[in-house]
Design a protein around this ligand. Sequence first.
Ligand code: AFP
Length: 332
Amino acid sequence: MIGQQLTQFLINEQRKVPGATGELTLLLNDIASACKAIGHEVNRGALAGNLDVIGTENVQGEVQKKLDILSNDIFIRSLEWTGHLAAMASEENDEIIPIPAEYPRGKYLVAFDPLDGSSNIEVNLSIGTIFSVMRAPEGKATITAEDFMQKGTAQVAAGFCIYGPTTILILTTGQGVNGFTLDRNVGEFVLTHPNVRVPEDTSEFAINMSNHRFWEEPVRRYVDECVQGKAGGREKDFNMRWLASMVAEVYRVLMRGGLFTYPMDEKLKSKGGRLRLLYEANPMGFIIEQAGGVASTGRERILDIQPTGVHQRVPVILGSKNEVERLVSYHQ
Ligand code: AFP
């Protein structure tokens, strides 16, 4: 019930799963601790010199901010010793991250984006951490990138933590979606948004309009119809949002519905899209589906994609069922 702390919630969920060992509960608690530590550094901002740009580039070719590196290190250091993981994969690391020899290995893999939306750091807008939990192959001494090539339907858990006016952890273990607000007085995540559901209809769409000339025809048609509203044949007028932070967009969709899309466009064709499958599209797709929404590339369900690379990119259309299905139908 509302007010319950994350640990109690997780143990209650664990008790519903026959044969559960509690290892996933411990892992999710450790991930929550990592998010609290990252959120603390995000909130300190300039006071801790955290807004500096490092100048180096990551595997994505993106200029790294100090907070990108700091968040990545915090996430890795918070989990590598726990004995729950066999390996990790991060947006900030070209190769997968092995568990140091001195620590025991566990039965899970985590793919994560330590700080998504980092173009918003210096303008003090909401950013967040996204994570996806999968099972590691049993009895394998050395984990390779190949072991992360699991469809989104194989995820055991997924979540994100949004560092905004409040710090909120959104989590699914396949039994629906729940939201926990960080109570700074006790330093614990507390259940504040039980059983989150995405409204099936919406009149709000989120897209980076500056890419209009690069979009494929189905996306251009859908957005133009939304912009024209009733004057253009839709049954209602629409509003638009664009926060350049996927965690903030997805959180808004979870709270009041909406359609969020970073579609394929001409300038992204060679890369496959903008958003990364393993640690953005898959975890967010799992969460959206668990809350009654739809997550598609326009041509296939995101969770059904067979990954071929740790940093593989895909087009993303997700949110309120009826609007996403309309846009998907335009691709047929
Ligand atoms: P950054 O982490 O590099 O800021 O990218 C954020 C993101 O991956 C996703 O969170 C946003 O929805 C999208 O990119 C914003 O892309 P644009 O900057 O092209 O609008």
